[in-house]
Write a protein that binds this ligand. Sequence first.
Ligand SMILES: NC(=O)c1ccc[n+]([C@@H]2O[C@H](COP(=O)([O-])OP(=O)(O)OC[C@H]3O[C@@H](n4cnc5c(N)ncnc54)[C@H](OP(=O)(O)O)[C@@H]3O)[C@@H](O)[C@H]2O)c1
Length: 248
Amino acid sequence: MRPTDTVSQTQPPILVTGAGRRVGLHLANRLLDDGQPVIAHYHRESGGIEALAARGALTLQADLAHAEGALALVDAVRAQATALRGIVHNASAFTTTPTEPVAAAAMFEAFFSIHMLAPYLIDTGLAGLLEAGGTETPADIVHITDIFAENPRPEFDIYCATKAGLENLTRSLAKRYAPKIKVNSLQPGPILFKDSHTPEMRQRVLAETPLGREGGAEAVYRGLRALLDNDYMTGTAIQVDGGRHLAG
Ligand SMILES: NC(=O)c1ccc[n+]([C@@H]2O[C@H](COP(=O)([O-])OP(=O)(O)OC[C@H]3O[C@@H](n4cnc5c(N)ncnc54)[C@H](OP(=O)(O)O)[C@@H]3O)[C@@H](O)[C@H]2O)c1
């Protein structure tokens, strides 16, 4: 855990997990563009996290594949901030399920922790800071899940099942924390391909996507912005997927 800066005391920050690269990095940068202070959680060092620190974000390292990492992150945030405007759970791991059972078991435990246990420990551990914001407007918890949580792909079954668990936690926590905290999910579809996506895979995915293109991280930011700016939405999910959830 390595704090690299202090949090602005003028406006409560938003904690973004997995902010070191790709979508999480874009969300953190766009929030900073809005004048919104950010606590940027990261796993492995990256140029992106250094750039966020240079822009004034507080950066905190934690491995969320174990409960200890999530609890240490909660302690570190509590040590640095007296209130939070929101938490965006972006950290995630995405791979196909191995056929060998010991490897599948290890992956299941890690994915359970990253996608379900860590969000649960962070949300429950930091709910007091979210409630301490002191405004009429509710604070926000946003779980970034996946359209696969509703319509799973068998080869990604552990990923899909643990993201589906996070969807269910979204509804529980929305009930638990209303009216002071809204809890919603964003379900991305084909936002940013990974290097592991072959040209054939990309072509197939885009053929299944009515809007016919990769969405880009800005589409997720706009979904996040919609949730942050609407104080009458809780316990709901927004699909940001170019319509791919309509594919069979
Ligand atoms: N990209 C898409 O098209 C797409 C589609 C559907 C859903 N989503 C969801 O949208 C979100 C962002 O997508 P993305 O493609 O940007 O995700 P990504 O490239 O897989 O990055 C996820 C982030 O999670 C962090 N992370 C991984 N393992 C971790 C661990 N053990 N402890 C703490 N952090 C860890 C990564 O940090 P390190 O790299 O340092 O490990 C990275 O910053 C994810 O929740 C993903 O499931 C994305």
